[in-house]
Design a protein around this ligand. Structure first.
Ligand code: ATP
Length: 249
């Protein structure tokens, strides 16, 4: 469904990633892991066309550069890392903005009904009339997840969806993502900082290791040796109630 063929990504003359060759399959949850500054966000940005691309990124067999923005917005929705807004739009107005690709004019009653459904799904109904400028970083993250869901795309890309969330909301968001895959067959791609979340909730993992990329089943890729090579830290796999976890030393 998403294929990277000999892709090189740069910001102007500054080359960030090269020799990217992999496929992300439909209906799978894929995590992207790697140390700060290795290029995870850059990789996701390439799916928005925000980076200079050499080689080919194919979405459903079509080169990403051939899509019009509106067409792409019906296929891929993005949840950014953090999003500041200076105007005090209410939460429900931000979320309904996810309908933009589907409408020609102002949002209809039906669009607000759809946004309400996703506001409920991520558990922020109590915030819907509150200005976005008056909610916390974690709550903002949930707002942008609801907004992306409102776009009703097959693919959802999330840049560190748990970074501002407390432990309860981290689990809620991971379960929402799992549920989207199970019930709606969505393809989810997310950057994460916690290998244990990737191990527990994603089918596949793409890990940056010394400038190159390894991809495979999460349980195979997230291991002692790759963690050492990628992050330079020691770890051990432990098993609890038939689940695998990493213990960091
Ligand atoms: N707009 C930009 N222009 C030039 N260089 C950039 C730009 N954005 C990021 N970079 C550089 O690209 C490299 C990769 O950054 P990127 O944000 O993709 O890493 P990351 O793995 O997502 O990091 P983190 O885990 O800290 O969020 C870094 O060296 C960064 O300085």
């Amino acid at each position: 469904m998403i294929t990277f063929k000999d892709v090189k990504l740069s910001y102007g003359k500054k080359e960030i990633l090269k020799d990217l060759n992999f496929c992300i399959e439909r209906g799978k949850i894929t995590s992207i892991l790697g140390p700060n500054g290795c290029g995870k966000t850059t990789l996701l940005s390439s799916l928005q066309g925000n980076v200079d691309i050499k080689g080919q990124i194919l979405i459903n067999g079509v080169d990403i550069r051939k899509y019009k923005i509106r067409e792409l917005a019906k296929i891929i929705a993005f949840v950014p890392q953090i999003y500041s807004l200076s105007f005090p739009y209410t939460v429900k107005d931000i979320v309904v903005g996810g309908r933009t690709a589907h409408i020609n004019n102002i949002p209809s009653k039906e669009d607000y009904k759809i946004s309400k459904k996703y506001i409920e799904l991520v558990g922020i109904s109590h915030l819907e009339d509150i200005p976005y400028t008056q909610i916390s970083g974690g709550q903002r993250q949930l707002v942008f997840i609801a907004r992306a869901l409102c776009q009703e795309t097959d693919i959802i890309v999330l840049d560190e969806p748990t970074s501002y969330l407390d432990i309860k909301n981290q689990i809620i968001v991971m379960k929402i993502i799992k549920n989207l895959q199970k019930t709606l067959n969505k393809t989810c791609i997310m950057t994460l900082h916690d290998p244990n979340l990737a191990l527990s909730y994603s089918d596949e993992t793409l890990m940056f290791i010394n400038g190159s990329v390894s991809k495979g089943l999460s349980k195979d890729i997230i291991n002692q040796s790759n963690i050492k090579s990628s992050y330079g830290i020691n770890s051990r796999k432990i098993y609890l109630e038939e689940n695998e976890f990493l213990y960091f030393k």
